[in-house]
Design a protein around this ligand. Structure first.
Ligand code: F6P
Length: 515
């Protein structure tokens, strides 16, 4: 870009997305030809809209041998007329340390408060090795991304896997427009201090290298700002949500993700979803149905969900035999021992409850472990109560998808610690995810709620969910980048840190709605 030429708006600039898991990963068909397979996970679904963008490149880690082969050939693969995917080749041992040991076992655990603090974590030399691998992987991403810099794109860096990339990329391409988006919660400042100090500080400095830092909810924005305030050399303005170094300023904002109603409706029309619906209707019979749809993941709080249901059955014997609980759980991160143990514990708890309360013709809990999105969409139509009781969750798409597709005005039992609570919590039956009595009470309230009340709430959720789309989610972020770059062009130096003059009370209080 020449210095005199006005810069293209972020809305019109090429987009370069970076995430660990990409929109496609390659395998081979029976004839040995390369075939793309759609990447799994909420991030890919949320961002699939960028591929409607005129000019888009997606940079992701090579996850299969075929991806590695493509990466080593140094080429991008086409995903549309002007849409490409590039893979970053991270050697297997390094990938294991970066992804399993650091991103998942350290960062995912800290942001979801998943440690049993008197015992875990114990950070030692293995953590240092995992951290070095994480840094290396982030550097590899930054280098790959910098190759695109001459086209003056907007970089959309995704998630906790790539927290160091914004700063590393800025060092390689100083004028780059960079946004970092966290799909997860961001831990509160006290809990984040469990991380080794140098790691916590480098991670926050890394993120602060972006122009815009996006989170799912104001709660996570505020947690980030409070932690950034503890990092030497960073100046934080809590009120305006800015984090500045000597020569750079980042704007921190909430951009809650949205669901795509058209894609869901299309999915519901598939034979697989219809078959699932028939199966679930059969399972329910003339009973009420409680549904949960989750990854088999400790942060989803599956165990306490079962315990709350057991308490409900114990305290309300008249409901025994009149309700059934279907848990659709998709396997995830099976290499982590903690996940295996948690999965085993959840399953044996469900079995125990079934043995204790079940009787001929009635199984209280049915668990299906499968990665089957269409089955879940079919099941959404049939529930009377949907349980989303995550310990902590960035947003939680199920809480929004379920009510859109449900045909029975079912109630939503929703954790106050899910980002989605800020958007739709007032229409849900709220629950503190640790309080199984409160969750049991919410189950009862949901099942016994009068029809007009259920309708009012279900319509409220649908209205709120439909008011946002994946396209507006993306546009808002790009607009945010434009605002920041415009401001940066007007001021040659970052504004004075105002943080010490600001009243802190507002941020210690209960958090308000999303911006
Ligand atoms: O759901 C939160 C999330 O961080 C998504 O943004 C991302 O797709 C996923 O978790 C990562 O999961 P995995 O380890 O399976 O790639």
């Amino acid at each position: 870009m020449s210095e005199t030429e006005p810069r293209t708006s972020a809305m019109e600039a090429p987009v370069v997305v970076a995430s660990n898991r990409g929109p496609i990963s390659y395998g081979r068909d029976e004839r040995g030809r390369l075939v793309p397979r759609k990447g799994a996970g909420g991030l890919v679904t949320a961002l699939s809209g960028v591929f409607f963008h005129d000019d888009a490149t997606w940079v992701a880690a090579a996850l299969s041998d075929e991806d590695v082969e493509i990466a080593r050939g140094g080429r991008a693969v086409g995903a549309g007329p002007k849409q490409r995917v590039r893979f970053v080749d991270i050697p297997p041992d390094q990938f294991d340390l970066y992804y399993n040991e650091f991103a998942n076992r350290v960062l995912w655990f800290v942001h979801h408060y998943m440690w049993d603090v008197p015992r875990t974590p114990v950070f030692g030399d293995q953590t240092r090795a995992a951290w070095e691998a994480y840094r290396g992987a982030n550097r590899a991403f930054a280098r790959e991304l910098a190759k695109e810099a001459k086209r003056d794109p907007v970089y959309l860096i995704q998630d906790y896997h790539l927290t160091l990339v914004p700063r590393m990329l800025r060092e390689l391409a100083p004028g780059a427009r960079i946004l970092h988006y966290s799909h997860t919660p961001f831990a509160g400042p006290q809990f984040l201090r469990i991380l080794p100090t140098h790691i916590r500080e480098e991670m926050i400095r890394g993120m602060a290298g972006a122009d815009v830092l996006g989170f799912q909810s104001r709660a996570w924005v505020e947690n980030f700002l409070l932690s950034a305030r503890q990092v030497p050399d960073l100046h934080v303005d809590l009120r305006s949500g800015r984090v500045a170094t000597e020569d750079h300023e980042a704007q921190v904002r909430a951009f809650p993700v949205a669901v795509n109603p058209h894609a869901l409706r299309e999915a519901a029309e598939t034979p697989r979803a219809k078959e699932a619906r028939r199966e679930v209707d059969e399972l329910r019979g003339d009973r009420k149905l409680i549904l949960r749809v989750d990854r088999l993941e400790p942060s989803k709080n599956i165990m306490r969900g079962f315990l709350a249901y057991e308490l409900f059955l114990k305290q309300h014997p008249d409901w025994r035999g009149k309700v059934t609980f279907l848990a659709l759980l998709s396997p995830t991160r099976e290499k982590l021992a903690e996940y295996q143990t948690y999965a085993d514990e959840c399953l044996s708890e469900a079995e125990r409850i079934n043995e204790e309360y079940g009787r001929k013709g009635w199984v209280p809990i049915s668990v299906r472990i499968q990665e089957d999105f269409l089955y879940a969409v079919g099941a959404y139509g049939a529930y009377d109560a949907l349980m989303v009781n995550a310990v902590f969750d960035g947003m939680n798409l199920v809480a929004m998808e379920g009510p859109l597709m449900n045909e029975r005005h079912g109630a939503l039992v929703l954790s106050t610690n899910a980002g989605a609570f800020r958007r739709i919590g007032r229409y849900a039956l709220s629950t503190n995810p640790f309080d199984v009595q409160e969750t049991a009470d919410a189950i009862l309230a949901g099942l016994e709620m009068p029809k007009d009340e259920r309708q009012r709430r279900a319509r409220g959720i649908t209205r709120s969910v439909l008011a946002h789309t994946p396209e507006t989610w993306l546009w808002n972020q790009l607009e945010g980048v434009d605002e920041v770059t415009r401001r940066a062009a007007l001021t040659s130096r970052p504004p004075e840190a105002e943080e010490r003059d600001l009243p802190r009370r507002a941020f210690d209080d209960e958090i308000g709605g999303d911006r």
